[in-house]
Ligand binder design. Structure first.
Ligand SMILES: Cc1cc2nc3c(=O)[nH]c(=O)nc-3n(C[C@H](O)[C@H](O)[C@H](O)COP(=O)(O)OP(=O)(O)OC[C@H]3O[C@@H](n4cnc5c(N)ncnc54)[C@H](O)[C@@H]3O)c2cc1C
Length: 460
């Protein structure tokens, strides 16, 4: 095998057909990309969304990450807009479960027993027993369906099976992108491009400053046929035995969160947000290939152990393994502002805040690359340090960050200015009109009191 870069071939230049021209081109149809495309189209911009796979959702469908969290600052919901629309639409089709209002923000044992295995615990709260929070457990196929519905209802043009390969550059301005497709290479011209690929695939190719983040990766999987009531009862009635069995399962996994399995809206189906796979570069073909084999070996041995030893798992079967490796962090834009760990931990407010996550704010400048024109970056590859991104990349916050990018793109087009020069108060006002909370109002003394009472530092 060649060491990358030692041997190369020259690609001959060739003509690429332009298959579409649009105002706003969104690359990547995960939570951020759908948020961006729907928001931009609702603001009246001609919007085209492209996705490499045959379905929308990114980590929330193909990666089988199945809880929307980080939407609350204590008892106050900060992540609204299209993220909340996702929750409501998922619930309407029977694809979501979350604690009712009367069960939230209380930390008693009975409620904990009821909701902990749904992942609806406020991990950022202080205290031994964390309170119940508003977090939404959902079904991955439901996420695909809701993404399709949102995109269709907003009249976004959609092209699946389109793998971004190269940006079209005119000097320092991006003017579209080239995609690998089942029909060969195709070009799409656009006035503005939003990179929502999760890995800053577009920004990296434009030469924008990038930091290569590195964090553990996970091949999420699901078991079916689990008697979940019996499994939970066993944990409550025999905590010591259960702890020993769970600890062995986690040893076989080679690393996991405290709860290695969580409930899903499907009866008898659990999702396993594990194993933690360390030491892999999430943008390396060779590493991702090795990780797939490493993960599957761990998944199979843990499943065998659970089925043979854990009460409730006797009739379990391995239902499926996520088609996409779960990548929490890859390339990160280093844009006009780079969000720091302190910004996140202290919940620092920015006058140009355009999106909320939990108790932190995202400034518009963190979506804007240095120097380059007409490109925005949204989602888990936004401009942050690797440590800051670890605790500011959950599904809900990524949806509304995308929503902010989409609204900003449309506002720039309306004003005839570049995205760098867009009037941020206008973007904030239009986001509010769309039902989002851009975080434009500085935290009030009351909100600060609530925030001060909460702890910070958890990650998923
Ligand atoms: C294992 C794991 C567990 C997690 N747990 C939680 C949790 O419990 N709760 C929570 O809220 N969040 C959780 N997260 C975080 C959350 O899932 C992600 O941060 C979030 O989905 C990021 O959204 P995104 O749209 O920025 O990126 P992604 O979800 O990665 O979407 C990017 C999209 O772009 C597409 N794309 C990429 N490259 C190209 C290309 N070249 N051409 C065309 N399309 C492309 C991808 O196919 C994908 O559809 C977890 C993440 C992981 C990996």
């Amino acid at each position: 095998m060649n060491e990358a870069g030692k041997i190369s071939v020259i690609e001959p230049s060739r003509r690429v057909p332009v298959v579409a021209e649009t105002d706003v081109l969104v690359v990547g149809g995960g939570p951020a990309g759908v948020g961006a495309a729907v928001a931009s189209s609702r603001e009246g911009a001609r919007t085209l969304l492209t996705e490499r796979y045959p379905y929308l959702g990114g980590m929330a469908s193909g990666g089988m990450v199945l809880v929307i969290d980080d939407m609350m600052d204590g008892p106050r919901q900060t992540v609204l807009g299209i993220a909340q629309e996702f929750s409501e639409r998922l619930e309407r089709i029977g694809a979501a479960v979350y604690p009712p209002v009367e069960d939230r923000y209380r930390a008693d044992q009975e409620l904990w027993n009821k909701w902990a295995r749904w992942g609806a615990i406020d991990l950022y709260a202080h205290g031994r027993m964390k309170p119940i929070t508003y977090a939404v457990a959902f079904d991955p196929d439901g996420w695909k369906r809701v993404s399709n519905d949102l995109v269709r209802d907003a009249r976004v043009e959609l092209r699946l099976h389109s793998w971004f390969s190269r940006p079209i550059m005119e000097g320092d301005r991006i003017a579209g992108a080239i995609f690998e497709t089942p029909e060969g290479r195709q070009a799409i011209r656009a006035k503005i491009v939003i990179d929502a690929t999760g890995d800053a695939a577009v920004a990296a190719q434009t030469g924008a400053p990038i930091e290569q983040g590195r964090y553990f990766i996970t091949l999420v999987h699901r078991y079916g046929g689990v008697d979940t009531d019996r499994a939970i009862r066993f944990e409550i009635e025999h905590p010591k035995n259960a702890a020993a069995l769970n600890s062995e399962a986690k040893r076989l996994l080679g690393g996991s969160w405290d709860m290695w399995w969580l409930l899903t809206p499907l009866p008898g189906v659990i999702w396993c947000n594990c194993p933690h796979l360390r030491g892999y570069d999430s943008t390396s073909v060779e590493d991702l290939t090795r990780a797939e084999f490493d993960a599957r070996a761990k998944i199979v041995s843990t499943f065998k152990f659970a089925k043979e030893n854990i009460p409730g798992f006797e009739n379990a079967f391995l239902l499926d393994v996520a088609p996409q490796m779960g990548v929490r962090q890859g390339r990160l834009l280093q844009g006009e502002y780079v969000v720091t760990a302190e910004d996140i931990q202290e919940g620092r407010w920015f006058p140009d805040s355009v999106a909320r996550g939990r108790d932190y704010f995202t400034p518009y400048r963190a979506l804007v690359p240095k120097r380059l024109d007409q490109l925005l970056v949204a989602g888990r590859c936004y401009s942050a340090t690797p440590i800051a991104q670890r605790s500011s990349r959950e599904i809900g916050p990524c949806v509304v960050m995308g929503q902010a990018a989409g609204v900003a793109a449309a506002a720039a087009l309306d004003a005839g200015v570049t995205v760098r020069a867009v009037d941020v108060p206008t973007v904030q006002r239009r986001l509010r009109a769309q039902g989002a909370d851009p975080g434009d109002v500085p935290p009030t003394a009351a909100a600060e009191l609530v925030t001060a009472a909460m702890g910070r530092g958890a990650e998923r």
